[in-house]
Design a protein around this ligand. Sequence first.
Ligand SMILES: C[S@@+](CC[C@H](N)C(=O)[O-])C[C@H]1O[C@@H](n2cnc3c(N)ncnc32)[C@H](O)[C@@H]1O
Length: 239
Amino acid sequence: MTGATARQVPVPPEAGLAVPARPHWGAMAALSHAFAFGVAAPIYSFVTAHETWRASCRALGALVPGPRVLDLGVGTGTSALEMARGGGKLHLGLDRSAEMLRRAARAARAEGASLPLVRADGMALPVRDGALDGVTGHSFLYLLPDPAAALAEVRRVLRPGGRVAFLEPRAGRPALRDAFAGGPRCAASMLLWRGMSRLHARFHEAGLAALLARAGLRGARAWPVLGGHGVMATAERPE
Ligand SMILES: C[S@@+](CC[C@H](N)C(=O)[O-])C[C@H]1O[C@@H](n2cnc3c(N)ncnc32)[C@H](O)[C@@H]1O
């Protein structure tokens, strides 16, 4: 499995954006979303508890400056807690699922870590303009009905010079053997991710970078990670 140092892809001006799921899968997508991040939260926690997932979270966190970083879709807390291991930044977690936030709070307590959490919709951030140095999202944008609108919100809450970093499911057909290289749990998490993203959306490098650029963020770039199962992207709010 590869980390954040993989090949970077320039953004063509006319790049497509997300590769959406088929429209008639909408109800299935809503159901799977409610299930995976509600009653099935323990399963989600179990399959993402492996070093490959954690390392991808740390790589994401390293892309944004501090001290104030908001992690969108913090889920069970893995992404924010792993990013916080870099030290020196205050990570805040946001999610709309009460069950996932309960688990994040428990995980933070177990580690003795400080992780302020807020329950809110990522489409309308309860944060004042320009208040943040960094915004991250690991497996977040692909679940949204309108990622472009969410990114406009992200731009609003970033200070000039602040930076975003996202890691999302990648469009295309990655080799399954790469997922198995990280062990059985890694394979399970990639399969779950493939299934969920089949129902929601996936991104090409160029599409994800173009989404960031169209939200008014500068220097957008994106590259494949997690053996081609994921795409990581970063960009900056202009001064
Ligand atoms: C796949 S989990 C990612 C969890 C975590 N970032 C990680 O890496 O393990 C996605 C999270 O996004 C949350 N989410 C989805 N749509 C959301 C929205 N519109 N606003 C806030 N959170 C949302 C879900 O509740 C879920 O906890």
